[in-house]
Design a protein around this ligand. Sequence first.
Ligand code: F6R
Length: 598
Amino acid sequence: MCGIVGYIGKLKATDVILNGLKKLEYRGYDSCGISFLNEENYKYVTYKTPGRVDHLINSYDYKMNNFIGIGHTRWATHGKPNQVNSHPHSSASERFIVVHNGVIDNYKELTARYLQGFSFISETDTEVIADLIENFAKTMSTEEAIRKTLSLLEGSYALLVMDKEKNDTIYAAKNKSPLLIGSSDKGVTFGSDLMALVGNSDYYYLIEDKTFIVAQKNGKTTFQAYDIIGKSVKLQQHKMDLADNEIDKGGYEHFMLKEISEQPAVIRRIISKYLINGILEVSEKTKNLFKNKKRIYILAAGTSMHAGFIGRFYFENLAKIPTEVFIASEFAYNPPLLEKDALFVLISQSGETADLRTCLVNVKKMGYEVLTITNVITSTLAREADHALEIYAGPEIAVASTKAYVAQVTVLAILAYVLSEEKPFDLAFELSRLSVAMEAIIDKKEYIEKLVEKKLKKRNCFYIGRGIDYYTSLEAALKLKEISYIQTEGFAAGELKHGTIALIEKDVPVIAIISQKAINHNTRNNIQEVRARGATTIIIATEALSDSADDIILSDVHEFLSPLLTVIPTQLIAYYKAKELKLDIDKPRNLAKSVTVE
Ligand code: F6R
């Protein structure tokens, strides 16, 4: 969702910030802006626009020298995505300039109490923060005024503040919303996501909640961190191990296609990370979390929840632990009656999903242990859980999740396998075989592109499957709808006839997934039912269960691992349909990569 970048140092700040904002585009946003100090006349400049960062770059002049600035990509929560509401926001006298991610829950109360007589230009809660600082700065130092403001804010924030009376300083603070610092001998960069720091930081630092930072250019640029009462704190330094080429398109037309193509390599990377002396293993700490647990509760959202459904299948069938899966936003406010000896497993690509964070706080309060499975091991959900398992998908830039889903399912399989007493098959071997089968279907992508052109012609579509193929149908449907905007539903194949079959008419596409021997026959009967009503069918089946007339035939893999293979053609179907419709594949409308509001 919203993105923040700030810079102070030897480089041209606008270059660093605009470049950083481009790298955060994948998170989703609808307007953007930048403020910086023009070194030639020592005046601050603010440019803002609805729409893309490219528009911000192309519409304004950045020729002037500048060494300090802050920028923002906004995903509208309070007020429309227009120029006025985009960040940065200034205080009433324009002395303070602020960018903010998050939501201030008590901004109306604070306005009533401290800002009588102030008038506001925008509809945002952020402008209130700028004015509160200005109000307190009448009688306090800048640092004290910001700290006083922070002490009053309820809700989530990652904040950067510039004071026009202190041209050499950026102030930063965070609570619940992510914010990191990057440093090198060229300066200090702030970013709401590690991506924004890549390319100009040798080290990065994670900021704890309620920490206040002062970055200053005084010859060299340095920063100092303080806790809420002003006591100096030390932040742990991490070496930056991401390079710019890991977050570019690498010759592909879209990040999504690149990420789909990376999946076989992701499987091999995960095997190598979890293989210890030739055996798939997880740490003792991970295993201990499962000791004496009678039930597992999986919490997640969207695609990660679909990975959770497959995870449940693995936990129950391999580790023999009863498992339930819940939508995080539902669980947060409507939890069911819970088993006492249970473990919570949170699955999140970004590790920042706000619905999950609410669940995490709630279940920790109830005394439960939490394991987070995530792609971002430095994320909030990873840090606040009892333990975290990394999925090693590498940076996922396309909003539609593909390789992270496959990585989540793979790590869940490994975890359940390690916990199982009998190891019914050699998982490492089967995963390597799977990666080859994945490559084979990715190589046939042009064929899938043509199939999509020929058979997917309507504005609605159905995916059907049974058992774990049903879970893949849910994920396949989400992928198609989120990037092609075609209304698509995933159905348990046998359930269609209990109502929804009424929607089947001539040429409505029904895509069936068949990878489970025990229910092949039943799913094929359901296919006949929809064909009899005029549906255009696409059948995706594994070789041993296939019929020569099937549309996409996949190599045979272990049945437990088939969801990792059957999902690939569905990702390609979504990709090529969106491409045919000339849509913004990597940044679909209304969506954000990291959903940091509830
Ligand atoms: C869809 C997609 C979303 C995410 C969901 C949860 O392609 O990516 O449905 O899965 O927003 O996000 P994370 O996994 O970051 O918690």
